[in-house]
Design a protein. Structure first.
Length: 99
């Protein structure tokens, strides 16, 4: 398992934990928001890292297929954009949880 796959597994675990806490009402809502923001942050870092590596190598793997050239650059830019959006959502969640 690569580092990016491991980070995605951690993000999925955090999202599941946040959902379980929300359903069971075990913790206050700000803590659930904080867990969700942490999941967004981990996933955003993984997507941004994957996109940057794809831009540098000019290779990207999507759905088990390896792409090179223009398709790889387009997919890598999309991954970087998604990573930045997820990090902005995480920052918004952190601000909401702290207020």
């Amino acid at each position: 398992m690569s580092l990016l796959e491991g980070m995605r597994c951690v993000a999925a675990g955090l999202a599941f934990l946040a959902l379980a806490c929300l359903v069971a009402r075990m913790v206050p809502l700000p803590h659930v928001i904080l867990l969700s923001a942490m999941a967004f942050a981990v996933q955003g870092i993984a997507e941004l890292g994957d996109g940057v590596l794809g831009l540098r190598a000019n290779l990207v793997r999507n759905w088990g297929r390896l792409h090179a050239g223009h398709k790889a650059r387009t997919a890598s830019v999309a991954k970087c954009t998604i990573g930045v959006i997820l990090l902005l959502l995480a920052a918004t969640g952190f601000l909401l949880a702290m207020s």
